[in-house]
Write a protein that binds this ligand. Structure first.
Ligand SMILES: NC(=O)c1ccc[n+]([C@@H]2O[C@H](COP(=O)([O-])OP(=O)(O)OC[C@H]3O[C@@H](n4cnc5c(N)ncnc54)[C@H](O)[C@@H]3O)[C@@H](O)[C@H]2O)c1
Length: 328
């Protein structure tokens, strides 16, 4: 058995004040790593960052600032989570997404190369697969993003591959599926774009949640997605980082459960957990929304021994508790 001190590293987590980043910070601290957060608080919150975590307050786009942060921490690794993530916003304002996500990635890579930081974990997304892949999707399924947001993630992956070849980085891109749940109320996802908080917001204000399309070629006609508990996502980072301590990686992993859940299934789980018996409005399908995006998570299980532990019920239950308890 490896003891914590043997692989503890100094990690700069970009986006560590965000929903997923704050869970990753906790998980890495729990594994014995020394962690600092770099965040511009554009969508993040100071309440999510523990008092014991140093904060570098500024933007990724400022390469000199990122490099100085890496040098201050003597960072061994970057976990690059910071990004803009709202698909509809990326369609309306693609240049903003290319600047924040793609130029942001370039800036992080430049800073890493200058500071000599060799290890990188990158938050990618199932959005790289788009509509043309057949579920369950493996890491070798065709990529065909249906939004500028998805393209930014795919471009970042390619940039990392190229820079790794030229400068010898060890890296892994983790393609998260639909992340849900919360470890505690301070870390809750109150975002505008994810289904579960959207449903909570609707039922809390007495409005009917919307379902976009009920005539997809799926068992109940609504879209199928793979909902993964944020604790599982955070744990995957600790697992990959631990592996990188012993061997270089240059690879992509799906971070999902392998189980497809329909939008109607999510509504049923929310009714059960909240005790609120609500009706939904059926709206037209959103352009570019794939019918079915479910992970095949076999690769990371086979190579690193990671597998999800939580089910949809626990994700919805923890998200509801956090939603109900969190300061707004
Ligand atoms: N939430 C999901 O279901 C999901 C699914 C797949 C992939 N992802 C990816 O996971 C990552 C985190 O998502 P999240 O849900 O935690 O989002 P979030 O908005 O809660 O967190 C993003 C964090 O990054 C920070 N940030 C954004 N732009 C920055 C910049 N230019 N400089 C410094 N900090 C900046 C924000 O302030 C925030 O703290 C993103 O890369 C997202 O694309 C999320």
């Amino acid at each position: 058995m490896v003891c914590v001190e043997e692989y503890a590293v100094r990690v700069l987590v970009t986006g560590g004040a965000g929903y997923i980043g704050s869970h990753v910070v906790r998980s890495l601290q729990g594994s014995g790593h020394t962690v600092a957060v770099l965040d511009d608080f554009s969508t993040g919150s100071r309440r999510r960052v523990g008092a014991d975590v140093p904060v570098e307050d500024g933007s990724l786009l400022d390469t000199a600032f990122v490099e100085a942060s890496l040098r201050r921490l003597s960072a061994d690794a970057v976990v690059h989570i910071a990004a803009k993530k709202a698909v509809e916003e990326s369609v309306a304002d693609p240049l903003f997404y290319y600047r924040e996500n793609v130029a942001g990635m370039q800036s992080v890579l430049e800073a890493m190369v200058s500071a000599g930081t060799r290890r990188l974990l990158f938050s990618s997304s199932a959005a790289v697969y788009g509509a043309s892949a057949t579920s369950p999707v493996t890491e070798t399924s065709p990529t065909d993003p249906s939004s500028p947001y998805g393209w930014t993630k795919l471009m970042c992956e390619q940039m990392i591959r190229d820079v790794s070849l030229a400068h010898g980085l060890s890296w892994s891109a983790l393609r998260y599926f639909n992340v849900a749940g919360a470890a505690d109320p301070t870390l809750a996802d109150r975002g505008e774009s994810n289904l579960i908080p959207k449903v909570f917001r609707a039922i809390s204000s007495g409005v009917r949640p919307q379902i976009y399309g009920d005539t997809y070629p799926t068992p109940d006609g609504s879209c199928l997605r793979d909902y993964i508990h944020v604790n599982d996502v955070a744990d995957a980072h600790a697992t990959v980082l631990e592996h990188m301590e012993n061997a270089d990686l240059c690879t992509v992993y799906n971070i999902g459960t392998g189980t497809g859940t329909s939008v109607f299934d999510v509504m049923t789980a929310v009714r059960l957990v909240t005790g609120v018996d609500f009706e939904c409005d059926i709206c037209p399908p959103r352009p570019g929304d794939p019918a079915d995006v479910v992970a095949d998570p076999a690769k990371i299980r086979a190579e690193l021994g990671w597998a999800s532990q939580y089910d949809l019920g626990s994700a919805v239950e923890s998200a509801w508790k956090a939603w109900s308890d969190a300061p707004s």
